[in-house]
Design a protein around this ligand. Sequence first.
Ligand SMILES: Cc1cc2nc3c(=O)[nH]c(=O)nc-3n(C[C@H](O)[C@H](O)[C@H](O)COP(=O)(O)OP(=O)(O)OC[C@H]3O[C@@H](n4cnc5c(N)ncnc54)[C@H](O)[C@@H]3O)c2cc1C
Length: 398
Amino acid sequence: MIAAPGFDVIVVGGGPAGCSTALSFLRSSKDTRVLVIDDSDQTAFKVGESLPSEATRVLGYLDPTIPGLLREASVAKDHLTSTGNSSAWNGPDLYDNYAIMSVWGPGWHLDRAKFDETLRHSVRQQLEGGRRGELLCARWTSIERIGTKWRVEAQDQGTGAMQSYECLWVIDATGRKASVAKKLGARTVKRDDLLAFYTVFEKADSDVIDNDYRTVIEATESGWFYTTQLPKQRRLVVYHTDGASPTAKSARKLTEWLALLHDEAPQVSSLVGGPGYEVLNEPGVSYPRSTAAASSFLEPVWDETTQWAAVGDAAMAFDPLSSQGMLTALKTGSILGLELARRLANDETQRRSMVDVYDVIRKDFEEKKAHYYGQVRRFDTEFWRSRRGEVSPQDATR
Ligand SMILES: Cc1cc2nc3c(=O)[nH]c(=O)nc-3n(C[C@H](O)[C@H](O)[C@H](O)COP(=O)(O)OP(=O)(O)OC[C@H]3O[C@@H](n4cnc5c(N)ncnc54)[C@H](O)[C@@H]3O)c2cc1C
């Protein structure tokens, strides 16, 4: 153990990956201290909202109170219950995949910012009033190696003050940016160039009921759309295409993004048009917003000698078609937390290499991705040909 003000583990990023790593580490070790540094804005909309019901198991493992909190929030309509997926993929008609057919039952359409805050609340509870560590609202700014420890610097989001902390292990859970790992020399290998352009809609007339709680997915000539109902009478619509695709430029402008939606995605368009949604009017926010959505992985993903690791999107990011990003972040965080506890306790009996864990997940994802994209034969554009393997995908480094 190291003396205060140091920590055994510092986790940079308090999203699903960072929180699950911290929670799993805390429950798997004794007399250790963890620091979580997170700079998220809890009032801002966060994309990535559908959580499969299978997540109940890992959430219950991390903190038995979380599934109950999720259920209560669903009753209060802070999160919505999902009824499954429906896709117009290799043809214009929708095919349903009901959540009821899942052994785990229906999943959720989350208020993501609220869900992430529930996870951070759980971390705070497990920190036992500071005895087991801290969760800071701060931005990580730098890292350096001092002897056998890491020195990490962060800026407090309230006061602006800079503060240094020391630790034995540092974990990068900063999401797709993988900021800490990149600073340590790792690189992100992109498997494609997918971008997402999203718009949040709100009901123009609150008396008109939207009873559709599916995620509806629709292939278009140079990409695909999905839509999901959100809490607070809102609906999210996302368009995905490659950065080099002809529609990537036009999708940045609302009029052209709307034209793409209404001309090319009739199923998704009808869900926005029917119940009378209009683009959410939020001060300081203009739609569509764009965000990276490529499948990617980090190389290397951890280093046992100097003791750092990446987790969640920082380690491996998935095409949103999978809807598995959060679940994978929660699962890999749980495994990493346990592995950190084993290493700090010098327990060599059942150690697993995170490289092996990530390799298995990545291989499974690549196979499923090729299978789902390979089903679309109705379009012969570069976007679909590259996904069917007819044009070799180019690895690119961010
Ligand atoms: C368009 C789109 C749709 C998606 N839809 C879904 C979906 O329906 N279901 C699903 O499961 N997944 C979905 N995903 C993926 C999902 O959002 C991610 O996989 C998930 O958020 C990964 O969690 P994470 O904790 O690794 O990263 P994040 O959720 O990105 O969390 C990273 C955290 O680190 C913090 N951070 C970053 N930098 C710093 C810093 N310097 N200092 C301090 N803190 C920092 C951030 O504030 C944030 O809180 C989607 C992704 C995209 C792009």
